[in-house]
Design a protein around this ligand. Structure first.
Ligand code: AMP
Length: 215
C-alpha cells in the first residue's frame, strides 16, 4: 500500500503519518525527518540543507529525488510506505511516479490532502515542540508531554524546531501554496486525490483518514 500524505506545514502530516504507518505495518518516510537528522549529524547533505530549511524554503529537487530514491530501496519500504513531506513540487511528483513504476510495476497511490486553514496552522506551530532524539511531536495545549519539556517516548529534551519561527512559518506556507498546491492539482487530475478535514483531535483526524482509506 502506497500512501502520500499532502498538507501544509503544521497540518498534522507527521503525527498522522506515524499513526498510519504503525496501524498498517508500513514504513513512514518523512523527508523532513531525514533532512533534520542530516543537519543534526553534520553530513554534507545537512550542511547544504540547513540554511534553506531555516529560511523556510524548499531544498532543491535533485537533492530530494536522490534522498527518496535511496530511501525507497530499503527493505522496509517493500510492504508499503506512507510518504510525509514528499512530493512537494510537480517535478518531485513526476519523478516519484517513475520510481514507483520501476520499483513495483505500478505508480498508483492513495493520495490524501489534510485540510487545515492557514490561521489554525500559525497557532498550531507556535505551540509545537518536538524531540530531536526520536522525532516525537507535542503541542503545548492539545497534546502536552507528561513532564514539561521532556519527551514521553524517550526522555529527550523537547525543543521548538529551528524553522518554526513566525517568519519561517510564513515562508513555508507561501512555499506550500506556490509549489505544493500544484502537486495537489496534479493528483486531482489523475482522480487519486481525497481530501480529509484536518481540524480536531489527533484521534478524530486519524479516524477520518482510516475511513477514507477503507472507502
Ligand atoms: P517538514 O518536516 O516536512 O515540514 O520539512 C521541513 C523542511 O525540510 C521543509 O520546510 C523544507 O525546507 C525541507 N523539505 C522537506 N521535504 C522536502 C521536499 N520534499 N522538498 C523540498 N524540501 C523539503
Amino acid at each position: 500500500m502506497q500512501i502520500i500524505l499532502l498538507g501544509a506545514p503544521g497540518s498534522g502530516k507527521g503525527t498522522q503519518a506515524k499513526r498510519i504507518a504503525e496501524s498498517r505495518g508500513i514504513a513512514h518516510i518523512s523527508t523532513g525527518d531525514i533532512l533534520r537528522e542530516a543537519v543534526r549529524t553534520g553530513t554534507e547533505l545537512g550542511r547544504k540543507a540547513e540554511p534553506i530549511m531555516k529560511a523556510g524554503a524548499l531544498v532543491p529537487d535533485e537533492l530530494m529525488i536522490g534522498i527518496i530514491g535511496e530511501r525507497l530501496e530499503k527493505d522496509d519500504a517493500v510492504r508499503g510506505t506512507v510518504l510525509d513531506g514528499f512530493p512537494r513540487t510537480v517535478v518531485q511528483a513526476e519523478k516519484l511516479e517513475r520510481l514507483m513504476t520501476e520499483g513495483n510495476g505500478k505508480s498508483e497511490a492513495h493520495v490524501l490532502h489534510l485540510l487545515v486553514p492557514d490561521e489554525a496552522i500559525v497557532q498550531r506551530i507556535a505551540a509545537r515542540r518536538s524531540c530531536p532524539a526520536c522525532g516525537a511531536v507535542f503541542h503545548l495545549e492539545n497534546a502536552p508531554p507528561a513532564v514539561a519539556d521532556v519527551c514521553d517516548e524517550c526522555g529527550g529534551r523537547l525543543v521548538a524546531r529551528a524553522d518554526d519561527t513566525e517568519d519561517a512559518v510564513r515562508k513555508r506556507l507561501e512555499a506550500f501554496h506556490r509549489q505544493t498546491m500544484p502537486v495537489v492539482k496534479f493528483y486531482e487530475a489523475k482522480g487519486w486525490l481525497r481530501e480529509v478535514d484536518g481540524l480536531g483531535s489527533v484521534d478524530e483526524v486519524f479516524e477520518r483518514i482510516d475511513e477514507t482509506l477503507e472507502r
